[in-house]
Design a protein around this ligand. Structure first.
Ligand SMILES: Cc1cc2nc3c(=O)[nH]c(=O)nc-3n(C[C@H](O)[C@H](O)[C@H](O)COP(=O)(O)OP(=O)(O)OC[C@H]3O[C@@H](n4cnc5c(N)ncnc54)[C@H](O)[C@@H]3O)c2cc1C
Length: 485
């Protein structure tokens, strides 16, 4: 049968974009359908990853400048730096990234159609543009990558002025002195530290019992110390009852209930940012027309090749659920595209890193100490505190920790957990060692650039080797791989 396209992709976020780029390399004809009338790139470029990271970079630079040169005489950060300056910088970055996406799609001859795409059957897509005109296209393969959106709050309204969300926070006219952030996920905590670093007094209200519960406990503790320095307060286990104006005190009030004590409490604030729980964008995309199955939360179920229950329809990115990251979406889209082209061997296996762009960053890969203990493994810990690194001295960054979980016998690396500057970058050194099954002597036998934050691996490896040595293994045999290690 003849189709209009080899592959039709719904959604131009990281999953759709990477699948489109990969598919063109196989000399196949691709149509990329995007519902957003103005922008390509999805939440990745327009509302999520890129804008939040541009604002973070601006806030972290201001914070760092103040750490290096002290705050004396400068006044508070929010007096010196205007929200408009930060937003202008963010806008430049977003515009550049938008133009890069467009340039790459044009260069690789990917066709685009603007409008809301819907499956009519497993080979046919109908696209309705913002003026209501409808076009239909057929494709041998279809990729669904329509992403996810935040659920709206039930007990109050987002008015995009006083109460904003991750999209409308770009309307904020100034850096507020007081801010309440509602939400306990990664994005909420990232934004909380961004504003706290700018001098805002931030209260974060989370319905969860603990924030970031998946972190290694020691890293969590170290991060907590850093939050204290930022004067940020996290209220776990609360339910927000409402947000309203108090005209007498000329402020906004957030009412919430502490779920443990059942007490009602109120926080006065200038502004509120709400981060809703994410849900997949599957409404109206015609899953039923192709017999595509979803799980109990509405996420599309896929196999390791990102194939749905309908063989020629694939799904990737936030629409398939965990981990719901741009980083993973890029790779998932590519794997789906390769599988459509008959390349079967690719799949995501083993441990993957995750990065949390708080100020400072947190990043992790592999087993935490708690997981190693629960599995009954014979492990050793190697630690490097940032204060031990020359790079930290020259950066005036004293707080930070790199922690390694090491297999005591083979000295292989089971996990790496970092909180501190550049954590999201330097984690990849640990990833390479874990994936390539090299042991921790890699860090002590090879020359690493100095001074760098990567040097933390070297310090932690020595620390780990010392511990193994103290447990009775001869040092000479430890440092020589010829002796059984
Ligand atoms: C505030 C915030 C910060 C984040 N920071 C990070 C980070 O630092 N690192 C990281 O890895 N991830 C981050 N993420 C997550 C990341 O943005 C998402 O995981 C990623 O964008 C998901 O990619 P996707 O391709 O699945 O969908 P999206 O990027 O959401 O794109 C989906 C696209 O599909 C379009 N669409 C929807 N329905 C249709 C339809 N029916 N027809 C046609 N088009 C349609 C949408 O308009 C959209 O353009 C962040 C998210 C948020 C909200």
């Amino acid at each position: 049968m003849n189709y209009d396209y080899d592959v039709i992709i719904l959604g131009s976020g990281p999953a759709g974009f990477s699948a489109a780029m990969q598919t063109t390399k196989f000399e196949k004809k691709v149509l990329l359908v995007e519902a957003d009338e103005k922008h390509l790139g999805g939440a990745w470029i327009n509302a999520g990853t890129v804008p939040s990271k541009a604002l973070r970079e601006a806030a972290a630079s201001i914070h760092k400048y103040n750490q290096l040169f002290s705050k004396q005489g400068f006044g508070k950060d929010y007096h010196r730096y205007k929200m408009a300056d930060l937003l202008r910088f963010k806008e430049q970055v977003v515009n550049y990234e938008n133009s890069e996406v467009k340039r790459n799609l044009i260069k690789n001859e990917v066709h685009t159609a603007r409008g809301f795409g819907k499956l009519i059957d497993n080979h046919k897509v109908e696209v309705t543009n913002h003026l209501g005109s409808v076009s239909s296209y057929t494709g041998e393969f279809i990729l669904l990558s329509t992403g996810s959106s935040a659920q709206t709050p039930k007990s109050f309204k987002v008015d995009d002025k006083v109460v904003v969300d991750n999209r409308s926070l770009v309307n904020m006219t100034h850096v507020p002195r007081r801010l309440v952030i509602i939400g306990g996920g990664v994005n909420a905590i990232e934004y909380a530290t961004i504003f706290a670093a700018l001098g805002t007094k931030v209260n974060l209200l989370s319905s969860r019992e603990e924030y970031l519960p998946f972190l290694d406990a020691e890293i969590h503790l170290e991060f907590e110390k850093m939050l204290d320095e930022l004067r940020m307060v996290i209220h776990n286990g609360v339910e927000v009852i409402g947000v309203g104006q108090n005209p007498l005190r000329n402020c906004t009030e957030v009412k919430y209930r502490d779920l443990d004590s059942n007490e009602l409490r109120v926080i006065e604030t200038e502004q509120v940012i709400h981060f809703g729980v994410r849900k997949p964008n599957t409404d109206g995309i015609g899953l039923e027309n192709a017999g595509i199955e979803t799980d109990e939360s509405g996420y599309i179920m896929v196999n390791e090749h990102y194939q749905t229950s309908c063989e020629n329809v694939y799904a990737a990115g936030d629409i398939v659920g965990f981990p719901g990251l741009a980083s993973a979406s890029f790779t998932q889209g590519r794997i789906a595209s390769c599988h459509m082209a008959g390349i079967k061997g690719l799949k995501l296996s083993g441990a993957h890193p995750f990065g949390i762009y708080t100020i400072p960053e947190i990043s992790s890969i592999g087993l935490t100490e708690e997981e190693a203990k629960a599995q009954g493994l014979d492990y050793t810990i190697g630690r490097a505190y940032y204060k031990e690194l020359t790079k930290s001295s020259v950066s005036n960054t004293q707080l930070g920790l790199l922690k390694m979980v090491i297999d005591s016998k083979s000295l292989s690396l089971l996990g790496v957990h970092i909180v501190g500057e550049s954590a999201c970058d330097i984690i990849h050194l640990g990833q390479a060692v874990i994936k390539n099954k090299v042991d921790i002597r890699y860090f002590v036998d090879n020359i690493l650039n100095y001074p760098t934050f990567s040097e933390a691996y070297r310090v932690a490896a020595f620390n780990g080797l010392n511990r193994v040595n103290k447990s009775g293994v001869k040092y000479r045999s430890l440092i020589s791989s010829e002796n059984g290690h």
